[in-house]
Ligand binder design. Structure first.
Ligand code: SF4
Length: 265
């Protein structure tokens, strides 16, 4: 018997849209972005503070890349979300689907149901973008993921300290079939001893895991929580820090947020 609408899993969303990925290993590729609401971290550099709480409404793009958003009330049922993704999934357009937030792993029970159906519907690879601090929830959905981009939060830049959780998270990714890379946001205030600690953490798992150093993008408008403005590192700092990390790791790339450089939403 078909379930009643009220029986379907639901999730709280921010938005669904089609865009060019501007960060990490998938930079430059076209993705369908599913941005989930809620985050349990409070990074100083956060450019998605609007995701921290669940809004009453979410924004759904009708035509891929056209920003012709319609609004729907939260929470959203699983079949309705699949309908929206089907509308986005035009032939030959997208390389993969980005599960992002906020912190998408706060929706792990929903994702366990949703991701296998998403793959059946689209055939597209599934990429998880995460703060990298919730290993238990990761394990619930790892079998359905093709790649994972996880952060290591540097305390002097982010204000968050999650070393132990990051180490466990990375180990679980590396032991799975999913491809994994690590992203570190760096600013002029970054403490190089934290970069060295991060490099050791990654190398302890495998020195072949790609690491991306991402110079912080200054926020357009000062956020009420930001007591001091985070500025990008100088070219000299970036060169020194890349060299420092390459003593431990084979792949350390420096890439700023390219979607902001091209003025993309
Ligand atoms: S984990 Fe991401 S969404 Fe959450 S506060 Fe940090 S930067 Fe913002």
């Amino acid at each position: 018997m078909k379930p009643k609408t009220a029986d379907y899993p639901v999730a709280r969303l921010i938005e669904v849209f089609s865009a060019i990925q501007g960060e990490g290993l998938n930079v430059g590729t076209r993705q369908i972005f599913i941005r989930f609401a809620l985050c349990d971290l409070r990074c100083h550099f956060c450019d998605s503070a609007h995701t921290w709480d669940a809004p009453p409404m979410c924004h759904i793009e009708q035509t891929p890349g056209c920003r012709d958003f319609e609004t729907h009330s939260n929470p959203v049922s699983l079949p309705l979300l699949l309908e929206w993704i089907e509308r986005q999934n035009q032939p030959c357009l997208h390389d993969s689907i980005s599960i992002t937030g906020g912190e998408p792993l706060l929706h792990a029970p929903f994702l366990v149901e949703f991701l296998p159906q998403l793959r059946d519907l689209t055939g597209l690879p599934i990429y998880l973008e995460t703060g990298g601090h919730r290993p238990q929830q990761l394990s619930m959905i790892l079998p359905y993921l093709d790649s994972v981009g996880m952060d290591i939060k540097l305390p002097t830049v982010s204000g968050e300290e999650r070393w132990q959780a990051h180490a466990e998270f990375l180990q679980r990714c590396y032991s799975s079939q999913a491809e994994v890379f690590v992203k570190l946001i760096i600013s002029h205030q970054t403490d190089p001893t934290e970069l060295e600690k991060a490099a050791e953490l990654v190398a302890a798992c495998s020195p072949t895991i790609p690491v991306f150093l991402q110079p912080v993008t200054p926020l357009q408008t000062p956020h009420y929580l930001h007591e001091t403005e985070l500025l990008p590192p100088s070219p000299e700092q970036v060169l020194t820090w890349q060299a420092l990390m390459k003593r431990y790791l084979k792949q350390v790339r420096v890439i700023p947020q390219t979607h902001k450089a091209i003025g993309q939403l």
